[in-house]
Design a protein around this ligand. Structure first.
Ligand code: HEC
Ligand code: HEC
Length: 486
């Protein structure tokens, strides 16, 4: 591919290494609810010193302290990598910020912004993270999808109404096709049509305004990939044993949950908002063709919009665009897809912020009211043939990696694998302290709202949210402080 590193993100690579944090706790009995908690240490006054904390309702209620300030707590590599592994991971990081150009790479449709690179959407608070934000430390910047060059090189794109500079990066899916059958596929925002170098490609943007008016569009924001190599290396048996643990506490609260599974080999899939993807290589291959338009060894052909055929004038070069490079040596032999995966696999988990009396109490509340029955504080990885740092490590991901029915309020009507239109993967909560947008569609930046959105008709979390609403205000505040320490 044509590669040009973009300097705006180069600085994000220069994050110092750190050791992974090690706070954890077992899954506890949810019936030991509110009354058994120690008295809170604070009445909730004098909080919110982290900076950027004007989220929340104001007034007397508990308040999301907002994204934690300096230092950036993610973006370094795992400890103990060999120099060969480090150079491969660094090579992957460099490609993660490289711009794709047309032809032979970009398009004909894509979701990325001016730099046409993975790192543009996976940027907050460091390379590999989630949607960048103007308002949250470290102020990575506006939503790239809303900036500058959607008309660059003569392209004729308009920015859809749901993309704004201060809002999250979004990918759009349509729930059904015009004839009412299930769609669920990603409809890319932009096309190369109109560019001087794409004279033969006539592709119109999807009819977003009409589809929005019909209530047929759902959104996904980027999930961060810090610690993703550890998630990849948790054995299916570990996930299933955790699913069976605390059965009576889960049943009492109405919590079920099931793994999503690969249609290829039947094993548990775990990446993405619906746990729809098996591995980092698989996700990288899919993202390369869907988000940027680069066909590759996993997804060999250029991609039309769901339900359509690509006009022949839009296929201007031989495919796939990205291949292994046997003529080269060292990490350069890797295809881009392999290199992206090598980078993501070696990223350390986010480090936790300082532990205080409030955050410790908050963690007890988190366990006592049953949040931890879905957001499992830790699981242990299997032995890895790739790196000691991936082997037999206790991973504080705060997820069971299962999909749960989250009710009509969060439902998106899209099925992926065995996850239906109301089911989502328990979102891993590590790194939450420096996240700017929450829930699969980025509908809120306020943790209190994110918690309340768990509750709607049919949601498995309704019992736990009822427990949350029964807490004292200072217990709720401790819980929020704990979440912003992750
Ligand atoms: C236009 C923005 C955008 C770009 C560019 C982008 N992504 Fe993503 N990424 C997303 C979104 C949105 C999701 C969540 C998708 C879902 O679950 O439906 C995601 C999810 C992921 C995940 C899953 C992580 C997890 O634990 O769930 C991986 C891995 C990933 N992307 C890798 C990449 C790679 C590699 C590239 C470059 C080839 C890339 N992404 C480019 C938006 C983007
Ligand atoms: C029944 C399982 C379940 C329970 C119980 C549960 N959650 Fe969740 N949580 C989820 C799922 C699934 C998501 C993703 C939902 C979505 O994006 O639509 C999620 C998302 C979140 C998010 C947003 C994370 C992100 O990446 O955007 C936060 C914060 C959160 N949960 C906190 C909590 C807290 C605090 C509690 C206890 C009061 C709790 N959850 C209880 C399943 C659960």
């Amino acid at each position: 591919m044509k590669h040009y590193a973009f300097s705006a993100f180069a600085r994000l690579l220069a994050v110092s290494l750190y050791a992974a944090a090690t706070v954890s706790g077992g899954v506890a009995n949810a019936q030991s609810v509110v009354r058994s908690l120690p008295p809170a240490t604070s009445d909730g006054s004098g909080r919110g010193g982290h900076g950027g904390g004007d989220n929340g309702g104001g007034g007397g209620g508990p308040q999301d302290p907002g994204p934690r300030g300096a230092p950036v707590s993610a973006g370094g590599f795992l400890p103990g990598l060999t120099s060969a592994q480090l150079s491969q991971a660094q090579d992957g990081a460099n490609r993660f910020v490289e711009t794709e150009t047309f032809p032979g790479g970009l398009g004909p449709s894509y979701n990325s912004g001016p730099f046409k690179a993975c790192g543009e959407c996976h940027a907050q608070p460091a390379l590999g993270g989630s949607s960048p934000s103007l308002a949250a430390y470290p102020f990575v910047g506006p939503n790239p999808q809303a900036t500058v060059d959607y008309n660059a090189d003569g392209a004729t794109n308009t920015v859809p109404s749901f993309i704004t500079p201060s809002g999250p990066v979004r990918e759009a899916r349509f729930v059904t096709f015009a004839n009412g059958t299930a769609d669920g596929g990603v409809h890319d925002l932009f096309t190369v049509t109109g560019r001087a170098d794409a004279p033969t490609c006539q592709l119109t943007q999807p009819p977003f305004a009409a589809q929005l008016a019909a209530g047929n569009v759902i959104f996904r924001i980027p999930t961060p990939v810090f610690g993703a190599g550890l998630i990849e290396n948790i054995d299916d048996a570990t996930i299933l044993a955790n699913q069976s643990a605390n059965a009576s506490a889960k049943a009492a609260l109405g919590i079920a949950g099931q793994p999503n599974r690969s249609g290829n080999d039947g094993t548990i899939t775990r990446f993405g908002w619906k746990a729809q993807n098996k591995s980092l290589v698989m996700f990288a291959g899919e993202a390369y063709v869907v988000e940027v338009g680069v066909s590759n060894e996993l997804f060999q052909t250029k991609r039309p919009a769901p339900g359509t055929t690509l006009p022949s004038g839009c296929k201007t070069t031989a495919t796939p665009d990205d291949t292994t490079n046997p003529q080269l040596t060292g990490p350069a032999v890797n295809s881009d897809v392999t290199a992206f995966a090598a980078f993501m696999r070696m990223l350390a988990p986010p480090a936790e912020g300082p532990s205080t009396a409030q955050t410790q109490q908050g963690q007890q509340v988190f366990t006592a009211i049953g949040c931890s029955l879905c957001h499992t504080p830790s699981m242990t990885t299997a032995a890895s043939s790739e790196a000691t740092a991936l082997s037999n490590v206790k991973v504080n991901l705060f997820s069971d990696l299962l999909v749960h029915d989250m009710g009509t309020g969060l439902a998106d009507g899209v099925s992926q694998g065995s996850a239906n239109g109301q089911q989502f993967r328990t979102a891993p909560l590590w790194g939450l302290g420096q996240r700017a947008f929450f829930l699969h569609d980025g509908r809120t930046s306020d943790l209190v709202d994110a918690i309340q959105q768990h509750s709607s008709s049919g949601s498995e979390a309704n019992g736990v949210i009822k427990n949350f609403n029964g807490l004292s205000q200072s217990q709720q505040q401790d819980l929020l402080d704990f979440l912003r320490s992750l």
